[in-house]
Design a binder for this molecule. Structure first.
Ligand SMILES: [Zn+2]
Length: 154
């Protein structure tokens, strides 16, 4: 099972973005480091308003400047630091993928332009006390989906 680690700085970034977005859905892409067998630590995220950008490819293009900065800051270690998937918020719903989420993630996993072995979808929300709740699923080319776990310690 894959574990997606959210280090404290990424938790803080998500928390701040969720607080300022309120009931609006937000999301972006996840860049991660492969830190151990089936363990990936999120190193950076982009933050976008949802609904303003239509497709995944468009979101990637918008994120590209950011990704290039990220890759140059990591010495272009593409095998170690990489796009790993997407995140978005469900301010009004459980932190579980919707049917639409599953369809769009399977499309990304099967997209030859992405060329991924797998992609993850992180869904986040704040509970009534303002604490971060996160759910992660992994999507494989060919239609498989696995529930994955979130790690909070780096
Ligand atoms: Zn969703």
């Amino acid at each position: 099972m894959l574990t997606l680690i959210l280090p404290p700085d990424i938790q803080a970034k998500l928390h701040a973005a969720l607080r300022s977005a309120g009931k609006r859905e937000i999301g972006g892409v996840l860049m991660a480091e492969h830190v151990g067998p089936n363990r990936f630590e999120v190193m950076d995220i982009t933050v976008h308003k949802r609904g303003t950008i239509a497709s995944f490819v468009r979101r990637i293009e918008d994120a590209l400047g950011r990704l290039q900065v990220f890759f140059s800051s990591t010495g272009k270690q593409y095998s170690k630091f990489n796009y790993i998937g997407e995140w978005h918020s469900h301010p009004m719903f459980a932190a579980e993928p919707s049917r639409t989420d599953d369809i769009s993630m399977h499309q990304i996993a099967d997209d030859p332009k992405v060329g991924a072995n797998f992609v993850v979808l992180l869904i986040v929300k704040l509970d009534s006390s303002g604490a971060l709740i996160a759910g992660v699923n992994t999507y494989l080319p060919g239609g498989a989906k696995h529930q994955s776990s979130v790690g909070y310690v780096s």
